[in-house]
Design a protein around this ligand. Structure first.
Ligand SMILES: Cc1cc2nc3c(=O)[nH]c(=O)nc-3n(C[C@H](O)[C@H](O)[C@H](O)COP(=O)(O)O)c2cc1C
Length: 276
C-alpha cells in the first residue's frame, strides 16, 4: 500500500497547520495510507549529536524513506517557515543516498490566522522543496487564511469553501504517485462531525454515525441503502472511521453490531485501535 506522509510545521498542541494536515489525510482514498509524521522529538541538526539524538534522526529518516509522497502544511512565522519545519527538512536531506525527499511528489499548503494565508512561508517552502528534489504538485498555491474559523467547533473540516479545492489537490497528489490512479468508481465520502455519508454519483448509498468525545470515537451505526448491500461499502465506511481514529489519535468504541463484527474480522485493527 502506498503511503502519504503528513507533516505540519508546528510543535503547538492545538496547531492549525496540523489540523489541516490531518484533514488532508481524511481526503486520501482508502487504497492509500495517510500517515502523520511527528517532528516534535527531533533535535536541532548539527555535527555533534549524541547517540540518542542520532537515533531520533535516523528513525525520522527511515519514516521519510518509507513514504511515497507528502503533504506539508506550514504556518507562517515572521514571513517565513517555522524553524522546526526547516530543521526536519534539513535532517532528512542528509543521508548516504542524498536527500530522502528526492523525486517524491509533495502537496504544499500554508495556513494563517490572518488574511494573507501564509503566502510568504509557502513561497519559501516551495523553493526549499525544489532544492531538496521534491516534486510539488498543482495547485501550488493553497493559502488558507483565517484558519481559526475552520476549526471553531470541531477538528473535522467541513467548510465547503475550502474542501473541494483540497480534494482536487489530493487527487493530483495521488495521480502524481507512480502506480496510482485516481479512482473512477464515483464513490465519495462526506465526512461530518457526527456522520460519514457515502455517495455514489451524488446519491447516498450508505452512512456511518459516530460520537467523538475526549479521545474516543464511538461508532453508533453503519447502514447501507437497500440494493447496495454486499458490495463492500460498509467496510469502506469502517476504513474511513479507522482513518479518522488513526489521524486524530482516538480510541474506537465499537458501539454497533456491524462495527463489532468488522473488528472481529480484522483483529489487528481492533487490537491497535479499539478500547478492549
Ligand atoms: C513569533 C510569531 C510570528 C508570527 N508571524 C506571523 C507572520 O509573519 N504571518 C502570519 O500570517 N502569522 C504569523 N504569526 C501567527 C502564526 O502563524 C499563528 O499563530 C499560527 O496559528 C501558528 O501556527 P499553528 O497554529 O500551526 O501552530 C506569528 C506568530 C508568532 C508567535
Amino acid at each position: 500500500m502506498k503511503r502519504i506522509g503528513l507533516l505540519a510545521g508546528s510543535l503547538r498542541a492545538e496547531s492549525y497547520a496540523r489540523k489541516v494536515a490531518r484533514n488532508l489525510g481524511l481526503l486520501v482514498p482508502n487504497t492509500v495510507l495517510a500517515e502523520p509524521i511527528s517532528i516534535a522529538h527531533l533535535p536541532l541538526l548539527h555535527d555533534h549529536l549524541s547517540r540518542r539524538e542520532q537515533d531520533a534522526c535516523q528513525a525520522f529518516k527511515d519514516q521519510i524513506q518509507r513514504m511515497d509522497a507528502f503533504c506539508i502544511v506550514t504556518p507562517e512565522i515572521n514571513r517565513g517557515i517555522p524553524g522546526c519545519l526547516k530543521n526536519a527538512l534539513d535532517i532528512a536531506s542528509v543521508s548516504y543516498q542524498g536527500s530522502l525527499w528526492e523525486h517524491k511528489p509533495v502537496l504544499i499548503a500554508s495556513v494563517s490566522t490572518g488574511k494573507l494565508g501564509g503566502l510568504s512561508a509557502s513561497q519559501q517552502l516551495k523553493q526549499l522543496a525544489l532544492v531538496l528534489g521534491m516534486q510539488p504538485v498543482q495547485p501550488t498555491e493553497i493559502y488558507i487564511s483565517d484558519v481559526r474559523r475552520l476549526f471553531a467547533d470541531h477538528e473535522i473540516l467541513t467548510d465547503d469553501s475550502v474542501l473541494p479545492f483540497l480534494k482536487m489537490a489530493i487527487d493530483n497528489l495521488i495521480a502524481a504517485m507512480p502506480g496510482e490512479t485516481v479512482a473512477t468508481s464515483r464513490l465519495t465520502f462526506q465526512i461530518g462531525t457526527d456522520k460519514i455519508r457515502l455517495l455514489q454519483q451524488d446519491k447516498q448509498v450508505g452512512q456511518a454515525t459516530f460520537q467523538w468525545s475526549t479521545g474516543l470515537l464511538v461508532i453508533s451505526g453503519v447502514t447501507i441503502e437497500p440494493g447496495f448491500e454486499r458490495q463492500g461499502l460498509a467496510s469502506q465506511l469502517m476504513l474511513k472511521l479507522v482513518m479518522i481514529a488513526r489521524l486524530f489519535g482516538l480510541s474506537i468504541v465499537a458501539g454497533c453490531p456491524y462495527s463489532q463484527a468488522f473488528f472481529k474480522q480484522h483483529p489487528a485493527l481492533g487490537k491497535a485501535l479499539c478500547l478492549q
